[in-house]
Design a binder for this molecule. Structure first.
Ligand SMILES: CC(C)(COP(=O)(O)OP(=O)(O)OC[C@H]1O[C@@H](n2cnc3c(N)ncnc32)[C@H](O)[C@@H]1OP(=O)(O)O)[C@@H](O)C(=O)NCCC(=O)NCCS
Length: 196
């Protein structure tokens, strides 16, 4: 069981979430990818295709986790939001910053934001062997809904499909409200599941 931000040099209040489609972040993200291991770049698609998604601002939303007093960008997540559905395409932290509760905080912030945007259903796919990520998603209210045999390559592996209902079908999505923001400082209290 990972302790939430137990390391003395990690304080969630030092981290901010920023939109990655606005300069200088696309270039910062490119350099962040270059710093990652070849295995992680391959496993998690950290390359040009992902960078080009930043331009698809109608649907794609990418956010960076930034520690201004440290290395700058330490992780990111991205999703497509189309009407009342969202598909999480990636969530990735620099290895130094993993297993300290930051992934939980980042995903929680996104789920709260998605809910405020009127998203009712979240989807994602994850490598079967990625037990840490699957455990994070389960903790946040995702359930396994299926699989895609041999979906991933290099190495070839099945994808586990997961989904999460953010509010009951009869709830009124808040799409008429002013558009909320995902940006801002992390808050240590942001942990509980926002799934219905
Ligand atoms: C997946 C990832 C985003 C999770 O973020 P994280 O900050 O490392 O995860 P957290 O510290 O918030 O831990 C989340 C949960 O993972 C599990 N976990 C954490 N550390 C663990 C460990 N050492 N062993 C097993 N499970 C662990 C726990 O269930 C934990 O919840 P808990 O602390 O309440 O028990 C991050 O590890 C990462 O970037 N991994 C590489 C990229 C990746 O796999 N992305 C997902 C692609 S689908």
């Amino acid at each position: 069981m990972a302790e939430l931000l137990s390391e003395t040099d990690i304080n969630p209040l030092e981290f901010r979430i920023v939109r990655l489609d606005i300069d200088p972040w696309p270039e910062v993200l490119r350099h962040f990818f270059e710093r990652q291991s070849a295995a992680d770049r391959s496993d998690f698609f950290l390359g040009e295709a992902l960078l080009s998604e930043l331009k698809w601002v109608d649907v794609a939303e990418y956010y960076g986790l930034v520690r201004p007093k440290g290395p700058g960008l330490v992780g990111f997540m991205g999703a497509w939001i189309v009407e009342s559905e969202a598909e999480i395409h990636q969530i990735f932290l620099d290895p130094v910053f993993r297993k300290k509760g930051l992934g939980t905080l980042l995903l929680h912030r996104f789920m709260r934001y998605a809910r405020e945007r009127g998203v009712g259903d979240l989807y994602l796919e994850v490598r079967r062997s990625n037990l840490l990520a699957r455990s994070l998603y389960r903790k946040m209210g995702f359930v396994e809904t299926g699989e895609r045999k041999g979906y991933y390559t290099c190495p070839r592996e099945d994808a586990v499909l997961m989904g999460c209902r953010l509010f009951p079908e009869n709830a009124v999505p808040s799409t008429v409200l002013p558009r909320p923001s995902m940006e801002g400082a992390l808050c240590p209290g942001e942990r509980e599941s926002v799934a219905s």
